[in-house]
Design a protein around this ligand. Structure first.
Ligand code: AMP
Length: 225
């Protein structure tokens, strides 16, 4: 039986994190945990938590660490993740979040942090064409990967829309914050021998294949194989 995996995906906005996280969660049969999707669902629900998150999401700011950490901690204590693992997408995004995650996962720890590398020049084009399912978070591109039925998700039938924060100003701010707050995590995970860097160019299948190769190698090694 597939033993599961404990993974997280790093990478700039538009690198293909969401697409790869969904594919990896199917491949390893583990939950896909996207903090961005969870916030967007909370915003849509109109809850107090959602209203608080909305003020950050709309302008591309990071939600404060304590809110995000509390949300992920709660999710990681559920039995599906504690038994089989997870693919974290969009978390951690700051060093304090990475430190909190390390504590949450002790004594097991991560198998691997996967950094999907992409040229900044590619990012804007990808974000402009990006569409996302409001229900399951599946990603599409109006250029090379549209849903089979326009506006409807292939996976769950949900509505496929452009994200409110895929605007020029919010994209610029998110990229700035990526460089300042999230890029240092690459060195942080490399120091802990937990990083693999993956070329994000190519078809989604090609990128998934590259990631799975590295993850399988790591899981085998950590199982003493
Ligand atoms: P994403 O879908 O991962 O691009 O996230 C969308 C937005 O949700 C971000 O621009 C932030 O406002 C918020 N967000 C998601 N994950 C985090 C996180 N780990 N820390 C802080 N804010 C986050």
């Amino acid at each position: 039986m597939n033993p599961g995996a404990r993974l997280l995906i790093l990478g700039k906005q538009g690198a293909g994190k969401g697409t790869q996280a969904v594919r990896l969660s199917r491949h390893y049969v583990v939950p896909h945990i996207s903090t961005g999707d969870t916030f967007r669902q909370a915003v849509r629900s109109g809850s107090e938590f959602g209203q608080k998150a909305k003020q950050y999401l709309d302008v591309g700011e990071l939600v404060p660490d304590e809110l995000v950490i509390g949300m992920v901690r709660e999710r990681l204590t559920r039995s599906d993740t504690s038994h089989r693992g997870f693919v974290l997408d969009g978390f951690p995004r700051t060093v304090p979040q990475a430190e909190a995650l390390e504590d949450m996962l002790a004594p097991n720890g991560l198998h691997l942090a996967v950094d999907i590398e992409i040229d900044t020049g590619m990012v804007l084009a990808r974000l402009a064409s990006r569409r996302v399912c409001v229900d399951c978070g599946a990603n599409y591109s109006v250029i090379d990967n549209p849903p089979r039925v326009p506006g409807l998700c292939d996976v769950c039938g949900g509505e496929v829309v452009q994200r409110d924060d895929d605007t020029e100003g919010a994209i610029r701010r998110r990229l700035e914050l990526y460089d300042r707050e999230t890029a240092p995590l690459i060195a942080w995970y490399a120091e802990r021998q937990l990083l693999t860097r993956i070329d994000g160019l190519g078809t989604p299948d090609e990128v998934t294949e590259r990631i799975v190769l590295e993850v399988d190698r790591r899981i085998l090694r950590s199982a003493g194989g």
